[in-house]
Design a protein around this ligand. Structure first.
Ligand code: C2E
Ligand code: CA
Ligand code: CA
Ligand code: CA
Length: 279
């Protein structure tokens, strides 16, 4: 979106304005800096709790952070896209997966049924070696895949659907759980959805933020919950900030998992452990 303001549409031809070159430069800079960011310890994994019924801890979602030495915290919404466009997401994604699996392994020693969710970029998912890479990291870290949920988005089904469905089936065969993230926001192909061997749907925070006041969003949340129930899927409500939202969600179904600022912000591993895993 920030790109758009620098581009003026003239006679249907997009003309690059000088301001854009500054942005390209900073993107190039970020792209360059990102190459070394994880070796330099600038990439950090944060964890946000997922809370089940009776306020019990179910697990956490892994959310990546980049602490740039000059620019400070760069939000994932900004640098994941850069990493995707430059294909760096393949290495970065593998790095994230490795460290998340190590963390999951440690936390399942404290809580054996702990679940750790990890975001998978569509670029990473579509890579030819994706399954092989997941297997290698699983073997290396000795993580039990039953404690891991891989979060995919609906977008992966747009192209090469058959192949995507097959890959998901492979992941599930290995023992991992699969979640569809941001459910309802993208291209949703309900016919394929019926065939997917998935375990969880995540209701996007854009819907949660407007319940219970927006009738439209109430209807969307209700239909996602209904759909999940017919397939016996776990549901996570993302972005729950208020008691009002919490009450609305819990009225929908007793066992929806809650993830949001109401319970906790994403935080570093040590803080998460102190808050949720120590007696
Ligand atoms: P997402 O997967 O939909 O993650 C949920 C986002 O909602 C996170 O933003 C989280 O911090 C935020 N959130 C959670 N609860 C609340 C709440 O109550 N209120 C508000 N306002 N926000 C809440 P974050 O950490 O900035 O991540 C943004 C996106 O970046 C993620 O959206 C995901 O698409 C991507 N991302 C983050 N970590 C990774 C990663 O390790 N790999 C990949 N491929 N993408 C990642
Ligand atoms: Ca996610
Ligand atoms: Ca999400
Ligand atoms: Ca989201």
């Amino acid at each position: 979106a920030s790109k758009a303001k620098d581009i003026k549409k003239k006679n249907n031809i997009y003309i690059y304005e000088p301001a854009l070159s500054a942005e390209i430069k900073s993107r190039r800079q970020l792209e360059h800096d990102l190459t070394f960011a994880y070796q330099k310890g600038q990439i950090k994994l944060y964890f946000q709790a997922q809370i089940g019924s009776g306020n019990q801890l179910h697990g956490a979602e892994t959310l990546v952070r980049w602490e740039h030495p000059e620019l400070g915290f760069i939000p994932p919404n900004k640098f994941i896209e850069i990493a995707e466009e430059s294909q760096q997401i393949l290495k970065l994604g593998a790095w994230i997966m490795y460290h998340a699996f190590i963390q999951a392994k440690a936390w399942t020693r404290i809580k054996p049924d702990f679940n750790l969710s990890i975001n998978i970029s569509p670029i990473q998912f579509h890579e030819a070696d994706f399954i092989q890479n997941v297997i290698s990291i699983m073997i290396e870290t000795k993580v039990d895949p039953k404690n891991i949920t891989l979060e995919l988005t609906e977008g992966i089904l747009i192209s090469d659907t058959e192949n995507a469905v097959e890959k998901i089936a492979r992941i599930v065969e290995l023992g991992f759980k699969v979640s569809i993230d941001d459910f309802g926001t993208g291209y949703s192909s309900l016919s394929y959805f019926q065939r997917l061997p998935i375990h969880e749907l995540k209701i996007d925070k854009s819907f949660i933020s407007r319940v219970p006041n927006s009738k439209e969003d109430v209807a969307i949340v209700e239909s996602i919950v209904h759909l999940a129930k017919t397939k016996d899927l776990r549901i996570v409500a993302e972005g729950v900030e208020t008691k009002e939202q919490l009450d609305f969600i819990q009225q929908q179904s007793a066992n929806i998992l809650i993830q949001g600022y109401y319970f906790s912000q994403p935080c570093p591993a040590k803080k998460f452990e102190k808050q949720f895993l120590e007696q």
